[in-house]
Design a protein around this ligand. Sequence first.
Ligand SMILES: Nc1ncnc2c1ncn2[C@@H]1O[C@H](COP(=O)(O)OP(=O)(O)OP(=O)(O)O)[C@@H](O)[C@H]1O
Ligand SMILES: [Mg+2]
Length: 247
Amino acid sequence: MTKADSMLLRVQGLSVSYGGGPVVNQVALDVERGAVVALLGANGAGKSSTLRAIAGLESSQGSLYFDGQDISSTSYRERFQLGIAYVPEGRAIVSDLTVAENLTLGSYFVNRKVRAQRQTMVLDFFPEIANRLKAPAGLLSGGEQQMLAIGRGLMSAPRLLLLDEPSLGLAPKLVARVYERLSVIQKEQNLTALLVEQSFHVAAKLAARALVMRHGEIVGDLDKETLNSREGRQQAIDAYLGAQQVA
Ligand SMILES: Nc1ncnc2c1ncn2[C@@H]1O[C@H](COP(=O)(O)OP(=O)(O)OP(=O)(O)O)[C@@H](O)[C@H]1O
Ligand SMILES: [Mg+2]
């Protein structure tokens, strides 16, 4: 297998703007099969815009290839059906629907039997929500809502999961729990994911590689060793983000 073949996602020259100058500027990145790649950066760096453009939720310029296929001009729905699932920032669950109904939303195009199998798998990963299936999702705790949002993303058995800040607004203990589950899922399902986070420390739990984004551009590419060494992280923080980003 050549390097290009092992890449599930290839992004080249991706730019997004909301009327003014580009907030994502000529971004290139690759995600290889079975790997979790983190996209790190401070508030406003352009991380969510990048992820949303890949999901097909923002109009963008540039080229996107998924499993070798040019998907640049496909819709969100088409990308979803190809296997790209997006879990937005801020635990965007539907609070008036039940937990079970929220899970169903993540798998609307599969048949009942497959849906039931996937639901069993998701609930195995997240037992906290397994006995709350009939409860309105809005009554779950913050950590449980995040588990539900990730679980909903997994309901489509995605080939690529786009995860936007799963740690946002969660207490450290809950962040640890969510990440512990994500590690299990990654190992058992050989999950491929592009993971947005603000913290090096959090991303290092899961990611094999981290890209650092600043002012809409990728300014750093860190391997696992660097991510896991305190010194490497500190150097990257100093070089790329400035002192406010102590992780
Ligand atoms: N819908 C929008 N309309 C106009 N400007 C936007 C819109 N969404 C984002 N922006 C701007 O684009 C820039 C990048 O935002 P983006 O949400 O991608 O950053 P981010 O890295 O995800 O930040 P955070 O860590 O705070 O979530 C910011 O300056 C933001 O204000
Ligand atoms: Mg964001």
